[in-house]
Design a protein around this ligand. Structure first.
Ligand SMILES: C[S@@+](CC[C@H](N)C(=O)[O-])C[C@H]1O[C@@H](n2cnc3c(N)ncnc32)[C@H](O)[C@@H]1O
Length: 209
């Protein structure tokens, strides 16, 4: 039997009437807790991360470089609820000597995700992204780069993890703006030319391998 209205059209009809879908209702319920987590996302990127993670296949592996206190992680993990998807969180949880003053925030990261009942979807990998890259050896469905913003580090994050991204997999870089010359240059000169169907959600740029 075919539905009288295709699901996709029904969803856009609900959106145009401002009737929230179940996906949006789940996000709205979690929003006060997500919004209480300190982080650096630009409004709208929380929803983008959630919806992007939600749309991945049920066993997808997400790799986030730079989790800080878990704001972006919470959005990604919320998109994993009820599935076997995981978010691998690569971070020193200690900042970066050159551009980060904060120290030892793993406890806060964990508490924030536990409060949202999302820690079960999260696999923290504590160390620099270069150290973790040496032992990383599995396919990535969605790579989100938001660690050190120094040009050499962003380039290394892209160069070392990109080979593990599946064909058709998604890559996103945060802070692609002239205010952040590292991610901006790596995106424009290195990443974008190697990706298809590229787009932006404000300062978050993405494309498919
Ligand atoms: C901009 S914050 C991430 C923000 C987070 N994605 C959010 O939106 O809530 C950058 C993070 O990268 C981490 N970081 C900096 N240099 C790193 C490195 N070389 N390897 C791993 N993590 C690093 C810092 O500890 C910090 O938590």
């Amino acid at each position: 039997m075919t539905w009288p209205i295709p699901i996709r059209r029904l969803r856009s009809l609900l959106q145009s009437l401002h009737i929230p879908t179940s996906r949006r209702r789940r996000f709205q319920r979690s929003w006060p807790d997500i919004d209480s987590i300190e982080g650096y996302l630009v409004p709208g990127q929380e929803w983008w991360l959630y919806e992007t993670a939600y749309k991945l296949h049920p066993q997808a592996q997400i790799v986030e470089i730079g989790s800080f206190k878990g704001r972006s992680t919470a959005c990604l993990a919320l998109g994993c609820v009820g599935s076997q998807k995981s978010v691998y969180c690569i971070d020193t949880f200690n900042g970066n000597d050159s551009d980060f003053g904060e120290r030892a925030f793993f406890g806060e990261f964990r508490k924030n995700l536990e409060r949202l009942n999302l820690f079960q979807y999260v696999r923290p990998l504590v160390g620099t992204s270069r150290e973790i890259a040496e032992r990383w050896n599995s396919p990535i469905d969605f790579l989100f780069i938001d660690g050190s913003h120094q040009y050499g580090d962003v380039l290394s994050d892209f160069d070392t993890y990109f080979p593990h991204v599946r064909d058709g997999g998604l890559v996103a870089l945060h802070d692609v703006t002239p205010n952040w010359p590292g991610p901006f240059a790596v995106w424009n000169d290195v990443a974008r030319p190697r990706l298809r169907n590229t787009g932006q959600c404000t300062t978050l740029a993405f494309g498919f391998k």
